[in-house]
Ligand binder design. Structure first.
Ligand code: SAH
Length: 347
């Protein structure tokens, strides 16, 4: 498979470390690093949070699990939901019996609201973008078209990278966007290359949040903007050291099917960004704006077409579908938060 089709100005591979994606030898039992394996770090403000590395072997197993999960499930998602593999953004309390196109619009709106929140406007010159955890490249193609920018996307899934490149070619965008298999924690790019560093719903997969954030900062150009939109757990309250066991238990069940390591809160991200002296740090809780999303996904899964496609797609998709109600429960109980965190790299 051709893994790299980068516009020439974006190719720079001295640090290249494409993750070794071996054949399906997934260790199902250890796909998620147990919390016992997580080392912890005291943040500047309080509490002990799992933002640092899990043991190497479990990180490797997680990486393989993520790749295989998206290899298997991306086709189904695209068939039903199109090329954006992220939540939609809705008006709170909107009575959503939206048509399919309404949900797609909500997914586009998520991109637009994220750019707006971060102050990224068409007047600002965005020439180069990295899409970290790019799925099948929906954000990259949208942003490239909007800003006339060059985008390069990275994913752990070879199936996604190929599909993303095929879609770019079909839309005559190959001169602007390209996709490759690479690890967000060791990106194959030189320092300071990108005006916009975009991570839409990939942060939750990262087993080492500190390394993840450092890598986003490293590849950002001076003055560049970083946007992280991600699943978080609720902020801990003063004096609280960890989530309640029942809360942790719910997250653990989600982690198993969606190949996620330990979660952190939006405050943990903000603390990390502050510790790196980044500027104009802002965050928001958009949980209410995404509330209609999972119920809608479940509704589509329960249609005849959805069920047939689900059964064809395989066990990972079926397990994923069965886990969706837990996401709804997590949001309803205030354990899961949909967060946006953004900042600027100093000039
Ligand atoms: N941002 C995309 C896809 C979100 S799905 C969209 O909005 O459509 C999560 C993506 O994160 C998948 O493409 C997965 O391969 C990627 N991902 C997870 N961990 C990663 C890692 N360590 N390095 C690179 N990509 C990763």
């Amino acid at each position: 498979m051709k893994a790299t089709l980068a516009p020439s100005s974006l190719i720079s591979l001295p640090r290249h470390k494409v993750s070794s994606l071996r054949s399906p030898s997934l260790l199902i039992q250890s796909q998620r690093p147990s919390s016992a394996l997580m080392t912890t770090m005291k943040t500047a403000s309080r509490g002990s949070v799992a933002v640092t590395a899990a043991a190497t072997s479990s990180v490797e197993a997680l990486r393989e699990g993520i790749a295989e999960f998206y290899n298997e499930t991306s086709g189904l998602w695209e068939e039903i939901w199109g090329d954006h593999m992220h939540h939609g953004f809705y008006d709170p309390d909107s009575s959503v019996q939206l048509s399919d196109s309404g949900h797609r619009e909500a997914q586009i709106r998520m991109i637009e609201e994220s750019l707006r929140f971060a102050g990224v406007t068409e007047e600002k010159k965005i020439k180069r973008v990295v899409d970290v955890g790019c799925g099948i490249g929906g954000s990259s193609r949208y942003i490239a078209s909007k800003f006339g920018a060059e985008c390069v996307g990275i994913t752990l899934s070879p199936v996604q990278a190929k599909r993303a490149n095929d879609l770019a070619a079909a839309q005559s965008l190959s001169h602007k966007v390209s996709f490759q298999v690479a690890d967000a924690l060791e990106q194959p790019f030189e320092d300071g290359m990108f005006d916009l560093v975009w991570s839409m719903e990939s942060g939750e997969h990262m087993p080492d949040k500190a390394k993840f954030v450092k890598e986003l900062v490293r590849v950002a150009a001076p003055g560049g903007r970083i946007i992280i939109v991600t699943w978080c757990h609720r902020n801990l309250s003063q004096g609280e050291e960890a989530l309640q066991p029942w809360e942790q238990n719910l997250l653990d069940r989600i982690c198993k099917t969606f190949y996620l390591p330990a979660w952190c809160s939006t405050s943990d991200y903000v603390n990390l960004l502050q510790s790196l002296s980044l500027q104009d740090i802002k965050c928001a809780d958009w949980s209410e704006n995404v509330a209609p999303f999972w119920p809608a996904v479940i509704r589509t899964a329960l249609t005849w077409k959805g069920l047939v496609s689900l059964l064809r797609s395989g066990m990972k998709s079926i397990k994923g579908a069965l886990t969706m109600p837990l996401m709804i429960e997590g949001y309803k109980k205030g354990i899961i938060k949909f967060g946006i965190i953004t900042c600027q790299k100093p000039l």
